[in-house]
Ligand binder design. Structure first.
Ligand code: GRF
Length: 205
């Protein structure tokens, strides 16, 4: 399957996806054909360039509104023949119009065990809540932020006295195995997204 990855920053998850998809022994069933960033000069773009993957920068504030930006984004992905989109630290909320077009083919990674700790600073939220386990979630993207059916989760223990920075790093390491696994499930058709979306729709009734 042809994959497009959207980034806004350092792109360590992008790197994990590049490494996994370029390793023939892992049989991910996916190839990254385009990396798009909404910010210029970020490390994520350099990672793609080093791997000889085409890149594109779409600076969001050059567009009159969110809908227009998302339409351009959609067209770039379609023109590159992208079939699955991975959000790897992409710090823009996507419109319902966009998420509907990519339903069941749009994946995001969140640094907590959803449905707990949605939104920003999820690692800090987990730490401050006092839970002793957090982790990461790869899920299908729906219009509601950090909602959508879960594909893969990985847990990370929280030890007494852990700092936010420690947890951020340990969750990132978990993301780097969870995201390629989730992509593999979707790309090889093993993540029954019809069942998943039914679960999601039931929950929101
Ligand atoms: C990750 O922690 C992810 O959960 C969140 O953004 C971060 C991206 O990190 N959505 P990187 O750019 O992949 O290093």
């Amino acid at each position: 399957k042809r994959v497009g990855v959207l980034v806004s920053g350092s792109g360590t998850n992008l790197q994990a996806l590049i490494d996994a998809t370029q390793d023939p022994t892992r049989h991910i069933g996916a190839e990254i054909v385009l990396v798009i960033s909404n910010k210029p000069n970020v490390e994520g773009l350099r990672r793609a360039e080093r791997a000889n993957i085409p890149t594109k920068v779409l600076v969001h504030n050059k567009y009159p509104n969110r809908a227009e930006f998302d339409r351009v984004l959609h067209n770039e992905l379609v023109n590159a023949g992208v079939e699955i989109v991975c959000l790897a630290g992409f710090m823009r909320i996507l419109t319902g119009e966009f998420t509907a077009k990519w339903k069941g083919r749009l994946l995001n990674v969140h640094p907590a065990l959803l449905p707990l700790f949605k939104g920003v600073e999820a690692q800090r939220q987990a730490l401050e809540s006092g839970v002793r386990v957090s982790g990461c979630t790869v899920h299908f993207v729906e219009e509601d932020v950090d909602a959508g059916a879960i594909i893969v989760q990985e847990s990370v223990p929280i030890e007494i006295g852990n700092l936010v920075e420690t947890l951020v790093e340990r969750i990132k390491t978990a993301e780097h195995t969870a995201f390629p696994r989730a992509l593999q499930l979707v790309a090889t058709g093993k993540s029954d997204d019809k069942v998943y979306s039914t679960i999601y729709e039931d929950k929101t009734k």
